[in-house]
Design a protein around this ligand. Sequence first.
Ligand code: SF4
Length: 378
Amino acid sequence: MTANVTGEAKSSATGGEEWRGELRKRLKTAEELSRILKLTPEELLALRRGTRVPVALTPYYASLIRGSAPDYPLRRAVIPHCGELETSPEEVCDPLGEQQHTPIPDVVHTYSDRLLLLITARCAVYCRFCTRRRLFGRGARRGIDWWPRVLAYLRNHRQIREVILSGGDPLMLNDRLLQRLLRDLRSVPHVELLRLHTRIPAVLPSRVTPALAELLREHQPLWLIHHTVHPDELTPRFAAACSLLAERGIPMGNQTVLLKGINDEPQTMLQLMNGLVRLRVKPYYLHQCDLAPGTSHFRTSVESGIRLIRRMYGRTGSLAVPLFVVDPPGGGGKVPLMPDYVISRKDGVWQLTDHEGRPRVYCEKSSTSNLPDPPGAQ
Ligand code: SF4
């Protein structure tokens, strides 16, 4: 591929498809947003001072929050608030430590067998809790030879079997660029799997056209990982986008950031995860909100995330329960966190507790001498 991958902004802003028109009509200023919402003083302050994360709202997403109350979860996810202007001592610019694992600008090699490409710094809608806010508003860092360097790196690292396209949102690239890029990646023999992380089906579903679904199908195995935060995002248009992708055989997962006041109630999370499974999307990760600057008003405690997962087990099938993960600063990667169901273990006898806190026993050995007294025995 010789095209300059950084040129997607211009390319995606031309042409006649509905999604491109929607991108041009995004709401970006306090004046534009006040046509659909009565902005609060806290929101106006953030909009006037300016935040690290840009502001943009597609007409589609605007229609979901039009006239809503200030605490409406979808509104909080996309409308800036003055909480964003404050940085807590524990927050850091690069909370995932990605810069330590960056052999080439916008290429992250944290795990030996996977390569992450931050393919663009553009998104259709900007999320107020974004972890990668360091990408926004910076000058161009890539040279014209960026893409050949990425491919050379990939070819020289034969242990890489999976390439992840993220950003920003890779579906901001137009089909032509996306096609070239995926073809180039597929030309590397040891790349087994492609993965594309996107919030676009939830915020700009018109982007998921039959042509896009067909393009993605050509590069199988390719997993598409949605990014949703609340069951109200699972609209008929989102469902139609999922259906189109599923019918083209695109396997789908979902990741969600755990956000205070948005999705930290068990009932909300259950609705979201069960809804995704119905749409043939496997809940993949639930992320503890990273320590990105200006996000403390969204962050729940780690303990409450673990409690939430515990509440989900037993109230829905495990297919609908995502893996709860925390990404400690420093760049070592994700750490899965599970509720602790083990009370004790000794000589192959496991004293356990189930999701409702009832005691259970599992014996690894057949000898009856290992068996403890059943609960309640004298
Ligand atoms: S779509 Fe992803 S990269 Fe873009 S602002 Fe939202 S969380 Fe950040």
